[in-house]
Design a protein around this ligand. Sequence first.
Ligand code: UDX
Length: 438
Amino acid sequence: MRISIIGCGYLGAVYAASMASIGHDVLGLDVDQKKIDDLGQGIAPFHEPGFGKVLTEALDSGRLRFSTDYSQAADYTAHVICVGTPQQIDSAGADLTYVHAAVDSLIPHLADDHVVLGRSTVPVGTAASLLERLRAAGVKSPLAWNPEFLREGFAVKDTLHPDRIVYGLPEDPAEAARAREVLDEIYAPMLEVETPLVVGNYATAELVKVSANSFLATKISFINAVAEVCEATGADVSVIAEAIGLDDRIGPKFLRAGIGFGGGCLPKDIRAFMARAGELGVTQALGFLREVDHVNNRRRDHVVNMTRKALGGTFTGKRIAVLGAAFKPDSDDTRQSPALYIASKLSGRGADVVVTDPAANQRVHAERPNLAVAEDAYAAAAGADIVLLLTEWQEFKDLDPVKLAEVVAAPRMIDGRNVLDPARWRAAGWDYQSMGRP
Ligand code: UDX
């Protein structure tokens, strides 16, 4: 299949390289010249394990090109919208500016036998309105919605070996048949190995994505709410998570209590979902997501309070080492990062904060010049009055408590991700606290 991909951010760049790797001819389009130049030279614009290799191999195969010239899309058959849908600056809803711009820039280059595919996460109703936009411009190409579910850190694996594929097909039977033909060809290798395929209409496909992310966010906030009760009772949330996770109706995943969820998806998706429900007159249906958001934000502020208490009630003159800035390990993404939120809050309250992250240091330096950045955990912890572990990178989990104790001013640790062994750290002399564990 000849595929053009509009938007070479996280989703689009990984999708472009992955689709070329399974034999398709791919053109990646973006308005950002620097990004296009980098990708064309095999330089990954973000940290993602395995992506650099797939990108280089795809470029070497001759099946992958990048350009800022949208007129080249005319030579391709499937056009996949992969642009971002961030939260609006002044409201909870999703900003569809980039989706509309992508469709508008495609319109002059579309032929009747082309198919437009949406992969961006959008509010329900967007596909129907984009179809109207295409038809109003005289474009006859079918449109289908094909949400993605990739996780950062596993983006290539999730793209090439998805646990399900979802098609949101148009109402018109001939258009649906054409869209399906193109989708089936794109995903032929995945369908061959019997990846489950779920088919519905536009609204269903759009809702699958936001429902999945809302469920995941709810699971995390659920266990974090239980952690709050544990803190009031002396119970251990990680033991509770283990016990309830053994019920296969509940399952063990996404029950890691800690400082909560961040990233470019979960926080904005639950807010956009609530905003859209409001527009549709079903605000109450998603009222619980407001609580999910509140619990999530409370956990971050709880760490700020724990830190102040551990430091004797004041931040003034105190040095705080923050281990982790990315919203999760194996990523340099700091969007809505709980770690960075906490680091900034502490710095704003007058503490001398030093952050270190194996992948996001440069980003922190560029985006938060008020925060000092150190090369590694030992450099960050040198002379610290307290150490906070806020992103669970393997190298932080592997830290030696005896060695780290030698460089700090006082051996105090708040483990915001519940990944260290309390007994081992306490035995090495640390005043160790975690989230929802005694
Ligand atoms: C998420 C969805 O998982 C993915 O399917 C979708 O396509 C995009 O959004 P991602 O944003 O990469 O993926 O991160 P994810 O692995 O879901 O983690 C989100 C946040 O939740 C992270 O900050 C993580 O630290 C936190 N988290 C996750 C917890 O606090 N506890 C858990 O048990 C799991």
